[in-house]
Design a protein around this ligand. Structure first.
Ligand code: ATP
Length: 301
């Protein structure tokens, strides 16, 4: 009996882990059905990442063919640079992140990493190359250590702690009675949005992928928290190719390039100063946000 029990128990654990991992990803992206529509091409090779150049080339996309979302979107993120995408709510910003992680396939055009079409390589190798800090991080009902180490299974406690320090969540963890053994999630310690995002940053730092996607939280954090998260993000993005989906323009001032999306189309591209000088859509958004800040209202764009 015991001989049967152990493997069954083991299978149960594996099942629970897989199910939880899927739940996490699905919740992250609000997807359930579509992910299964993306499949590896037969005999697909692994993605080989060198410098880590990301290109969106004439990308079209629709969740529902009757309602196109992205139209002919082209931009590139040179190796090691940060490109930020801004635009009104519903413009299609997070959709770009979902396409790069290949939760969906593009309907037209292509996305490449170091020249390789991401549809033509295995999903596993693509996802190993990319770290995501989503808008709303969903944590596993497990320990803080597990949640951070998930970025690199088998990581040592020292490595987990180093990542937590870099993401500036270590002191908070150390102040809890059980430290890294503290259970988090629905059945454990409830973390604030900012704390959860720092756990996700620590996880990503540990994973140390060449490509990073940061989907900024829509909900405005208080300005001290926001500055802290931005500093952590900058340190996480150092030397990596990063796509930042920004809701607050203060996040993007230092970006190599800012892509302004309006109803699924790129309407402007350039660095902060260039776009301000152009006095177009970005400059308008910037002025609106400055005015809102002066009125002491947290505003998202
Ligand atoms: P926000 O700033 O509010 O996060 P966004 O620019 O990131 O917005 P997306 O999340 O990319 O916008 O959504 C673009 C459009 O696609 C929206 O109109 C949205 O309703 C639609 N959309 C998003 N996800 C899905 C989905 N899973 N199924 C169908 N439509 C979707």
């Amino acid at each position: 009996m015991i001989q049967l029990y152990i493997p069954l128990n083991f299978l149960g654990v594996i099942y629970r882990e897989i199910k939880q991992a899927l739940t996490d990803l699905e919740k992250m992206f609000g997807l359930l059905e579509r992910e299964r529509e993306v499949a590896d091409a037969p005999g697909a090779p692994e993605l080989k990442v060198g410098a880590g150049a990301v290109r969106f080339e004439h990308v079209d996309f629709a969740y529902d063919p009757a309602r196109p979302i992205l139209h002919d979107v082209s931009f590139e993120i040179p190796p090691g640079r940060t490109v930020a995408v801004v635009g009104a709510s519903g413009a299609g910003k997070s959709t770009l992140a979902r396409l790069l992680y290949r939760f969906y396939d593009v309907a037209g055009g292509r996305i490449t990493i170091d020249g390789q079409d991401i549809r033509q390589c295995t999903q596993a190798s693509l996802r190993r190359a990319i770290g995501i800090v989503p808008q709303d991080t969903v944590l596993f009902n497990d320990t803080v250590e597990y949640n951070i180490a998930y970025g690199r299974p088998g990581a040592s406690r020292a490595e987990v702690e180093a990542a937590a320090r870099q993401a500036r969540i270590h002191d908070f963890i150390a102040s809890t009675p059980k430290g890294y053994a503290t259970m988090v999630g629905e059945r454990g310690l409830k973390l604030s949005g900012g704390e959860k995002q720092r756990v996700a940053i620590a996880r990503t730092l540990l994973k140390d992928p060449p490509v990073l996607i940061f989907d900024e939280a829509t909900s405005a954090l208080d300005s001290a928290n926001e500055r802290a998260i931005q500093a952590e993000l900058r340190s996480a993005a150092q030397g990596k190719t990063a796509l930042v989906i920004a809701h607050r323009l203060s996040t993007v001032v230092d970006a190599y390039e800012i892509v302004v999306l309006d109803q699924g189309r790129v309407v402007e591209r350039g660095a902060h100063a260039e776009l301000l000088a152009r006095n177009g859509r970005y400059a308008q958004m910037w002025q609106l946000q400055q005015a809102a800040q002066d009125a002491d209202e947290p505003a998202a764009v």
